[in-house]
Structure formats: structure tokens, C-alpha cells
Ligand binder design. Structure first.
Ligand code: PMP
Length: 439
């Protein structure tokens, strides 16, 4: 066989080869394949606190946190206990059960404008259902989205999307009928004039604007002051709904998500919100919710159909509820502290190595763009030196730090990231910054 490079991952490579035989690209979600950074995707065997261990037995400080859900770190005892208790009562009933009510109550209690919620199993289902509901409520078809925002792999929301679509520089997806793509108007983020113009032209046909509350899928690009407020004002003036996608930011940026940091808005709250990730605690649970009069259009009360065999699953909802109960002010203070420490050191080391960079934050979410100057939209996010990211990523990986394998994703921290874990990250930065400088 081949001689093992110190950073080779033979057990991961063997699993990848098995995986390639049974699934496209060897992965069940595209960004996991490492196509943007090269090398062997690491197959993880276990996670504890802030650490992941791969099948080769190497340990990494985890800065992906399952792309957001693991806000308490891996295997938090309170969540393990809640899940074990739920499992011991059965896995799925196909009937209403108490855990889903309790999770719904937690969500409604935290996000003031959310009067009612409906639980689903993924963020994609949440946004898909929210736009159907907005169309049902308004009797209109058009949806406005922003370039670089990702709302899951919903047909009509894949146009100029972020996340994996950005990672692979795809304009949109094959398989989406052009009639459906024509129902989506894509505008530049943070550009209220473009929104005004679109509504002046077609306002009476627009059902909703959907926006990431604070985008994390083109890297972290917070809304400019007044942008969200402007969206609220414009949609209200034209009888369209505003859907705030908080799948990533919900219960992460604060107890009430991005809304908790930026809201309430003088022009009024978004009509609908979507949630996922943190509220499932690492299990498949997501939700959409908002104004009770809009939610009342959902079946069985109203004419907009939406359903799911595993919706409100008792184990997933137990995990989500236990996770939210640990999301205290102390937790958010710690997440901010960890993000401060990492972004501070990152800025110092990239600066010392002479690497052009801009670090952006939304609560404890952050990412680095390998360019000078603030990033306010997708065109600016793409205008960076992506090879510097790949070099940086591989240096960090070889030093035991697991970053998102793409320059267009947020980094996520957890309450389990103690000082020892932060130190490991910080001490890996000088070599990674040098690697980026040489790319
Ligand atoms: N909306 C946003 C803002 C997201 O970040 C994501 C997932 N990264 C989704 C929707 C889709 O969620 P899921 O992957 O659970 O379908």
C-alpha cells in the first residue's frame, strides 16, 4: 500500500471508498465531501464536549458543531438524559405527544412575535412550508430572496443560493423547472433600493420576502443597520409577508435568535420565522411559526396542507427542549467570550502573516473572508482569495482543529469550548496563517 503521510487518514479513506460505492460523492450532504478544499473527508466516530474523534483515532477541536445544532457541545449530560428518558418510552407514535407541546412552548416563550409554531424535521421543510403558507395567505406566487442566502434545497429557493451552492460556484440547480425559477426574484443582499424597485414593478404579485435573519451561508454577512426594518416596511406597504429564516441564527445568536439582538423593529416584526439546528439539539427537528392568524391557514384548521410522519418526534423534541433549557444568559455570554478569543487571535495572526482578511460576526457566529474590506453581499463574499482558505483549513486540520470545509460557511462554537479547547485553536493559528500567506 501507500506510505502514510502524517496527515493521511487511512481509515477515513477506506470508509470513503465504501461510501462512494453506495452514495454519490460518498456523502449525504455535498459540503461534507471536502471538494472545495481537497483531501479526504474525515469520517467521525465520536464527539465529546468540544472534540470530535475520527475513525483514525485523531482528535479535533470542533468548530462546525454539526453546522450549528451542537451549541452545548457533544453529548451534553442533560440532553443525553432527556433523550434516554424519551427513548425508554418509545420512539415514535404517529400521534400527538407531550414532548412536542413542550418544545413548541419553549419556542413561543423565547421569540415574542411567534404566536404559533408547526414542527417539521428539517430546515428545508420549514422554509418550504413557510413559503407555501405565505402564498396561501396572500394568494400570490412570487417570492423574493437574496443572493448568497441559503434556505435549504427547496426548488424555488435554490437560485443563487449560499452554502454548498456557493462552495461549488453553482448558479442554481439542475432539475428546477424554469417555471418555478421564474417565481423567484433574486436580489442583492443589503440593497433596499433594489427591493423598492422590485416591489414598484411587481409588488402586487409578491407573496413574501424570505431572508436569512443574519446570513451565515455566504460566510457571515449581517444585515446593515435598517435593512431588516426596510424589508418590513416595504413588504407591509405591498401586502406581502416577511419571512425571517432563523434556522441558523435561531437560539444561537441569543435566546431569541437574531431577532433578540436586532428586534423589536419599529416597522413591526417579521410575519413568519423558520427555525432548525439548535432547537433540535442534534436530532431532526425544525419549525416554522409566527402570526397566529397566518398560521391558522394551516391544515387541519385551514386550507394550506402540510404534514409529516416524524414531525414532532418525541425523541427529537426531547433533545431540542433539553438543549433550549440549557440556553441560558450564561451560555450566550460564554459563546461570545469564546468567539472573542478566537476572532481576536485570528485577526492578530493573519495580520502578522500579512494575509488580507476580514472577520465578520453575528453574535457568536463568525467567519473570515480572505480579502480586505467589509463584505455586505454575495458578490463581495465571492471576491476573496479562496486558495488561502484551503491552505488555512488544511493546516488547522493537521493541527487538530476541524473548520467548515468551505470559505462560505460560518464557524460555530459551543458552551463546551473551555479554555483548553480555545488554547488549542489559538496555538494552531500562526502556522495556518503562514500557510495562507504562502497560498
Ligand atoms: N435555512 C438556513 C438559514 C440554513 O442555514 C439551513 C441549513 N444550513 C437551512 C435553511 C436548511 O436546513 P436543513 O439543512 O435542516 O434542511
Amino acid at each position: 500500500g501507500m506510505t502514510a503521510h502524517p496527515f493521511d487518514a487511512p481509515a477515513s479513506q477506506a470508509l470513503l471508498e465504501r461510501a462512494l460505492a453506495v452514495t454519490p460523492g460518498g456523502v449525504n450532504s455535498p459540503v461534507r465531501a471536502f471538494r472545495a478544499v481537497g483531501g479526504t473527508p474525515r469520517f467521525m466516530a465520536s464527539g465529546t464536549g468540544p472534540y470530535l474523534t475520527d475513525v483514525d483515532g485523531r482528535e479535533y477541536v470542533d468548530l462546525v458543531c454539526s453546522w450549528g445544532p451542537m451549541i452545548l457541545g457533544h453529548g451534553h449530560p442533560a440532553v443525553v438524559e432527556a433523550v434516554s428518558a424519551a427513548v425508554s418510552q418509545g420512539f415514535s407514535f404517529g400521534t400527538p405527544s407531550e414532548n412536542e407541546v413542550a418544545l413548541g412552548e419553549e419556542i413561543v416563550a423565547r421569540v415574542e412575535p411567534v404566536g404559533q409554531v408547526r414542527l417539521v424535521s428539517s430546515g428545508t421543510e420549514a422554509t418550504m412550508s413557510a413559503i407555501r403558507l405565505a402564498r396561501g395567505y396572500t394568494g400570490r406566487s412570487l417570492i423574493v430572496k437574496f443572493a448568497g442566502c441559503y434556505h435549504g434545497h427547496v426548488d424555488s429557493l435554490l437560485a443563487q443560493a449560499g452554502s454548498g451552492v456557493a462552495t461549488f460556484a453553482l448558479p442554481d440547480s439542475a432539475g428546477v423547472p424554469k417555471e418555478m425559477a421564474a417565481e423567484t426574484i433574486v436580489l442583492p443582499f443589503n440593497d433596499l433600493a433594489a427591493v423598492e424597485e422590485a416591489f414598484a414593478a411587481r409588488g402586487s404579485e409578491i407573496a413574501a420576502i424570505i431572508t436569512e435573519a443574519s446570513p451565515g451561508n455566504m460566510g457571515v454577512v449581517p444585515p446593515a443597520p435598517g435593512f431588516t426594518e426596510g424589508l418590513r416596511r416595504i413588504t407591509a406597504a405591498h401586502g406581502a409577508l416577511l419571512i425571517s429564516d432563523e434556522v441558523m441564527t435561531g437560539f444561537r445568536c441569543s435566546a431569541a435568535g437574531w431577532y433578540g439582538l436586532e428586534g423589536p423593529y419599529a416597522a413591526g416584526a417579521p410575519d413568519l420565522f423558520t427555525f432548525g439546528k439548535v432547537m433540535g439539539g442534534g436530532f431532526p427537528a425544525a419549525a416554522f411559526g409566527g402570526r397566529a392568524d397566518v398560521m391558522a391557514l394551516l391544515a387541519p384548521v385551514g386550507p394550506v396542507y402540510q404534514a409529516g410522519t416524524l414531525s414532532g418526534n418525541p425523541v427529537a423534541t426531547a433533545a431540542g427542549r433539553a438543549t433550549l433549557q440549557q440556553c441560558t444568559p450564561e451560555l450566550y455570554a460564554r459563546l461570545d467570550e469564546v468567539a472573542d478569543a478566537i476572532t481576536g487571535a485570528l485577526d492578530t495572526e493573519l495580520g502578522r502573516a500579512g494575509v488580507p482578511h476580514t472577520i465578520q460576526r453575528a453574535g457568536s457566529m463568525f467567519s473570515v473572508f480572505f480579502r480586505d474590506g467589509a463584505v455586505g453581499n454575495y458578490d463581495q463574499a465571492r471576491d476573496q482569495h479562496v486558495p488561502a482558505f484551503a491552505a488555512f483549513f488544511h493546516s488547522m486540520l493537521s493541527q487538530g482543529v476541524y473548520l467548515p470545509p468551505s470559505a462560505f460557511e460560518s464557524w460555530f462554537v459551543s458552551g463546551a469550548h473551555d479554555d483548553a479547547a480555545v488554547d488549542r485553536i489559538v496555538s494552531a493559528l500562526p502556522a495556518a496563517a503562514s500557510a495562507a500567506a504562502e497560498s
